[in-house]
Design a protein around this ligand. Structure first.
Ligand SMILES: [Cu+2]
Length: 155
């Protein structure tokens, strides 16, 4: 049913019969504590052709950004990135401690067992934009990043 709805949406956006798209695998978001300003969302992305994730939207927060996370001088640092490349046929993993989607300015805490809707904006090699709806399951999960590392958010 979901697949059919998506096929109709894709067809309405493009006159080509078989539009390249991005397949989403296991989308989830991490549950947040009450009052937490931001939460992360994660998934696997596999594109049919060379494509680029250029942004995301959600009603769950004021802002949605694409982020990278890595250790620098012993500190976990997150940074916003303008886009994430999705090479043809390769699964790009958005996961804790790495690339992720950041929901900033949450309107309500992300509660385990509930779902959060997002829309991904991807561009193909001709620059044509597609909007891909994603429903992420909210899970309570311990960070896989080293727990002792202090975290710093830089923009
Ligand atoms: Cu982040």
């Amino acid at each position: 049913m979901k697949r059919l709805a998506f096929a109709i949406l894709t067809a309405s956006l493009s006159l080509t019969a078989l539009a390249d798209t991005v397949n989403i695998n296991d989308p989830w978001a991490r549950a947040t504590a009450p009052g937490a300003p931001a939460g992360g969302a994660f998934m696997g992305l596999t594109a049919d052709a060379n494509m680029t994730l250029v942004g995301a939207e959600s009603n769950a927060s004021k802002i949605v950004e694409l982020h990278t996370m890595k250790m620098e001088n012993g500190v976990m640092i997150m940074r916003a990135v303008p886009q994430i490349d999705l090479p043809k046929g390769q699964t790009v993993s958005l996961k804790p401690g790495g690339l992720h989607i950041m929901l900033i300015g949450l309107h309500a805490p992300l509660t385990a067992g509930e779902k959060v809707d997002m829309t991904l904006r991807v561009k193909d090699s001709q620059g044509k934009e597609q909007r891909i709806p994603v429903t992420a399951e909210i899970r309570a999960m311990k960070p896989t990043a080293k727990p002792a590392a202090p975290m710093q958010h830089s923009h």
